[in-house]
Design a protein around this ligand. Structure first.
Ligand code: ADP
Ligand code: TRP
Length: 336
């Protein structure tokens, strides 16, 4: 039997996840949870760098946790916790800082992008608007991963550098203290191919940053309105249409069964199906797929629901692992 691997990932808490996040991140993560040891946490201290509204931060963290649970995360099997509930993460981040080259952080993509934006805008101080949280982001992320001794970190491709940095930082630590304690070197697991990218309502990759996304649990009425607003051309109902050029069809084919997709394709190609009717189909399929999850989501979002208990339980179990790592790390570095 292959040894079970520990899978860990951090979930951004910026607003309600969308269909693209579901397809590209949530669903594969829930599948991985069926046969692996899994820890999924809400990266609320990472969010603090950009979210300075306490009400929003509180709400977003609950909303993202409720989303994962509503999508089927089993909290018995997967540890779901808030990053902020594991103080060992922050202690380890401080320890890791002492073995991390500043030059490595200078070359981090997110930090460099912030400086580039200043340069383009003609701002003299290239560090203007950059807080230390952004600069230290990769160290905190390394601590998230290493404190749980994770083997595999499923993330989007944009996170590749962060995983390489984590391996680098772990390597520096191991080089110095490895005879007493060595971190396992984690590897990233990235989605395969561009084909896994769900398009948004304008046909580009669905992304919050393009504002072309469909949030997972919109109330039915708002979902319907959003689907009706997806831009389409003015080809008349009777005219033949190219299904593959339509974002509505691509979304439908992703969520409808094969039979329904094939029937819609045929009617579009032959002529006789208008975009309006296709949109109604898409709404029906999305509502049928996500309606039951939305009910569970709404229930979890009620004040006093079991959500907070689930997070507290996940944190207690995750903390045991973090404490065990920290005990060994402290002893290795000479602080005990
Ligand atoms: P956004 O682009 O909306 O800011 P994120 O970058 O926060 O989304 O993505 C979080 C996770 O969701 C990542 O693992 C990413 O690969 C996945 N993801 C985001 N958008 C899509 C999409 N359109 N199709 C498939 N996966 C996606
Ligand atoms: N940086 C990740 C993102 O933007 C979120 C994250 C924080 C993370 N800590 C992590 C992911 C640790 C994996 C492991 O998506």
């Amino acid at each position: 039997m292959a040894a079970t691997k520990t899978y860990l990932t951090g979930i951004q808490t910026s607003g309600m996840p969308h269909l693209g996040n579901y397809v590209g991140a949530i669903k594969p993560a829930l599948e991985a949870a069926e046969s692996n040891d899994t820890l999924y946490f809400l990266a609320d201290y990472h969010a603090l760098n950009s979210v300075k509204d306490p009400e929003k931060l509180r709400h977003d963290v609950r909303s993202v946790a409720a989303t994962w649970l509503a999508c089927g995360l089993d909290p018995e099997r997967t540890l779901l916790y808030r990053q902020s509930a594991i103080p060992e993460v922050f202690e380890l981040a401080t320890i890791l800082s002492s073995v991390t080259a500043k030059g490595l952080m200078n070359r981090a993509h997110a930090y460099k992008a912030a400086r580039d934006r200043n340069a383009e805008a003609g701002v003299e101080d290239l560090d203007a608007g950059v807080n230390m949280g952004l600069f230290n982001y990769p160290v905190l992320m390394a601590a998230d991963i290493l404190v749980m001794a994770a083997d595999v970190v499923p993330v989007g491709r944009d996170q590749r550098q962060h995983i390489e940095y984590t391996a680098d930082i772990a390597g520096s630590f191991n080089h110095i203290y490895g005879s007493s304690y060595a971190f396992p070197i984690p590897r990233g697991a990235y989605p395969e191919g561009e084909g896994s990218m769900l398009p948004g309502i304008d046909g580009r990759k669905m992304s919050k940053s393009y504002d072309n996304h469909i949030p997972l649990f919109l109330p039915a009425g708002r979902l319907k309105k959003l689907v009706r607003r997806i831009p389409t051309d003015s080809t008349p109902v009777e005219a033949p249409k190219d299904p593959d050029s339509s974002a509505v069809f691509q979304l439908l084919s992703h969520f409808a069964d094969e039979e329904r997709t094939a029937a819609a394709r045929k009617r579009l190609e032959q002529g006789g199906m208008g975009w309006g009717e296709l949109k109604n189909e898409l709404f029906e399929v999305l509502d049928a797929t996500f309606g039951p999850m939305r009910e569970r989501y709404d229930a979890l979002m009620e004040p006093g629901s079991e959500l907070d208990g689930i997070l507290a339980d996940g944190a207690a179990r995750a903390r045991e692992r973090a404490r065990a790592t920290l005990a060994r790390v402290r002893s290795a570095i000479g602080i005990a």
